[in-house]
Design a protein around this ligand. Structure first.
Ligand code: 11G
Length: 661
């Protein structure tokens, strides 16, 4: 094999130990050189190193990995406690001018870079023994480590990482810089699972085709055909490497891997690779659009981003850290999330929603200001126990959610208990001073449990429901709802068309009277009413969120039943105190004692409320959305059909569980 064309070989620098071993495909083999140096005994690095110029002291942490020139350690600044990934290069390894020049080049180039997806260069210094390069610490190591544990990634994950790589790479190319060694081990991943492009040991300024050096320095991994053919390295050669990275992540092995390096080079030059059939046709097309022999035929970075693989497939905003070692469960955003994202963008601009940035030092009511500024940050009242629908899932569930379990096949008691125990909920904040005449979620639960249990206990068996009230007294119930508690809270529309949101941190805001009146509740017994036109500044963001959810419900959800009533403008609407979701149903408790349970599978609903004469009314909304209101005492006396009885039993179980929780 002729390797003489490669002018100089950089030892396998800065590769994690785990990534070294047999040369990867496309990697330059250890070229014959004059004799390799015998392993020098390296003096142990001191536990604390000091930058003599600044006086700063750094304590040495764990060894991150070794490279030809460097050992890399975690180090902590003893003044600020900030941690870094530090390359420690012994002076005796860079004694020759060209070796020193390489390190200086890397430092000078890296120093100038500042981009979200490029490893941050912090600073460097040297002492008698070593050169120290302080870089951003990426606690989740690199894509090489993730790939080692996972072998292949899912398409959404590939899109997630590639988008970030491309973003970093576009930044470099726009500045006329070529990376020249794009490979999994140079894509670092930080604590938040964000990718950073790193290792500028082989990076160079882009030159004209004529000026390009035709030699290859170092051990680049995914060599492009033009580089092997000594036509020099251009931006398209970085794109080629990106194609190889994509292939490796999708297929589990590099595209041109063979047992023989000479054969590998042949395959690269002929662009000969296998495409596993389990790779989607769109991904296959993108890979083949990138792995084009002629650099000018290759897709550009923008064309890659515009390819169907990206534009038609879902890219997660974030990946769970567990995805470093196992396949994550990723959900494409629901139509509701898409809707909210779109509207939130138009409301708050492209960046983060404004509510996340409301300053605390706003004038007026300090209490309100604090609360508003805390909306998105805190979720103190959300007790989330994980269930089949994760709490981070986008506004997953709306009033018309359809599930595959038909309710008529009422689950066995055991399963139903399990399902109930897998609930999650949101609760209205309670006041520090207890207030006797104010209903709480616990008192509403207790009361409902008492009346429903005694009704079920006395009910005779029957095959039919008793006659329903022909003109029932009007009462309010929830006709639409949307769970956006992964971000803001739980929104609902009442049957009089007023809308409310129980925010994650326990405050409540509702819009009544065609959105002209705002009711705001700090806690269950601290209520405020405002005209929408003169709402305190601090509540405007919260109001916007309520409007956002109201618009969504109005435009996208069906009315949950046929029972409507007019808006009573004078009195505030009932306040949602608590919502609880199980696998099968949604329970809502109100401060006027009303309880509502919606069954997801068939959209049936049960509403228990107290009429003005103190008697209890039970309303059943059928799957056809027809409502039937009964006096509870009549049900207790005459019994009811199994359809209703099953549901009442489920409600009692749910309340029991809820009361015990
Ligand atoms: O460049 C690196 N970064 C940013 C990094 C290199 C070198 C410090 N590494 C590893 C260490 C061993 C091999 C490559 C990093 N490790 C952890 N965080 C950041």
């Amino acid at each position: 094999m002729d390797t003489g064309c490669f002018a100089a070989v950089n030892p396998d620098m800065f590769k994690p130990c785990s990534e070294r071993g047999p040369p990867q495909q496309g990697g330059v083999p250890p070229v014959k050189t004059s004799r390799t140096k015998p392993e020098q005994s390296k003096p142990e690095l001191a536990q604390v190193v000091t930058d003599s110029r600044t006086g700063r002291r750094y304590s040495k942490g764990k060894l991150l990995g070794k490279g030809g020139f460097a050992r890399c350690y975690e180090m902590t600044d003893l003044t600020s406690n900030k941690m870094y990934a530090v390359k420690v290069i012994p002076q005796n390894r860079v004694s020759k001018p060209h070796q020193r020049e390489k390190i200086t080049n890397e430092i000078e180039l890296h120093k100038t870079l500042s981009h979200k997806h490029v490893v941050k260069f912090s600073h460097h210094f040297e002492d008698q023994d070593n050169i120290y390069i302080f870089l951003e610490l990426c606690s989740r190591k690199s894509l090489a480590h993730i790939w080692k544990a996972r072998h292949t990634l899912t398409e959404p994950e590939v899109r997630y990482y590639l988008r970030q790589i491309i973003s970093g790479l576009k930044y470099l190319h726009n500045r006329g810089i070529l990376h020249r060694d794009l490979k999994l081990g140079n894509f670092f991943v930080n604590e938040n699972m964000e990718l950073r492009l790193g290792d500028f040991g082989l990076a160079a300024k882009l030159e004209t085709v004529e000026q390009r050096k035709k030699t290859i320095c170092g051990t680049p991994n995914y060599l492009a055909p033009e580089v092997l053919n000594r036509h020099g390295h251009g931006t398209e050669s970085d794109v080629w490497s990106l194609g190889c990275v994509m292939y490796t992540l999708m297929c589990g092995n590099p595209p041109f891997e063979t047992l023989d390096l000479k054969e590998t080079y042949k395959c690269i030059k002929e662009v000969r690779y296998n495409m596993p059939s389990n790779v989607s046709p769109t991904a296959q097309k993108l890979i083949s659009g990138i792995l084009q022999k002629n650099p000018s035929d290759r897709l550009s970075l923008d064309q890659i981003l515009n390819h169907d693989f990206f534009s038609k497939g879902f890219t997660p905003d974030k990946l769970p850290p567990s995805s470093c070692v196992m396949v994550p469960e990723l959900h494409p955003p629901s139509p509701a999330k898409k809707f909210f994202t779109k509207v939130a963008k138009s409301l708050f601009g492209k960046k983060k929603a404004k509510v996340e940035k409301i300053p605390c030092e706003e004038k007026d009511d300090k209490d309100l200001s604090k609360l508003v500024s805390g909306i998105v940050k805190s979720s103190i009242n959300r007790q989330i126990s994980y269930k089949t629908v994760g709490p981070n899932e986008a506004p997953s569930t709306t009033g018309q959610l359809v599930s595959s379990v038909p309710l008529e096949q009422t689950p066995a008691e055991e399963e139903s208990r399990k399902s109930i125990s897998r609930s999650f909920k949101g609760t209205m904040a309670s006041s520090a001073e207890p207030c006797e005449d104010v209903l709480t979620p616990a008192s509403v639960t207790e009361l409902a449990l008492k009346v429903l249990s005694s009704c079920l206990a006395t009910m005779p068996s029957a095959t039919r429901n008793p006659p329903c009230l022909s003109r029932p007294q009007t009462f309010l119930w929830v006709s639409k709802w949307v769970d956006y508690s992964n971000k803001y809270g739980f929104g609902y529309q009442l049957s009089n068309r007023s809308v409310g949101v129980l925010f994650n941190e326990g405050t409540h805001l509702s819009l009544c009277d065609q959105r002209k009146t705002v009711h705001y509740c700090l806690t269950n017994n601290k209520h405020f009413t405002f005209q929408a036109s003169s709402l305190p500044e601090q509540l405007r963001s919260q109001k916007q969120i309520v409007e956002l959810m109201a618009n969504y419900m109005e435009q996208n959800l069906m009315e949950g039943g046929d029972l409507h009533c007019d808006e009573q403008t004078s009195s505030p609407p009932p306040l949602l105190l608590q919502w609880v979701k199980t696998d099968h149903a949604l329970l809502m408790l109100f401060n006027n004692g009303t309880l509502q349970v919606n069954f997801y599978t068939d959209h049936t609903k049960i509403i228990l409320c107290k009429s003005s004469d103190g008697s209890y009314l039970l309303t059943y909304i059928s799957r056809e959305r027809v409502s039937y209101t009964y006096l509870l005492s009549m049900l207790a006396e005459m019994g009811c059909a199994s359809e209703l009885r099953h549901r009442l039993r489920y409600v009692v179980q749910l309340l029991h569980h809820h009361a015990d929780a």
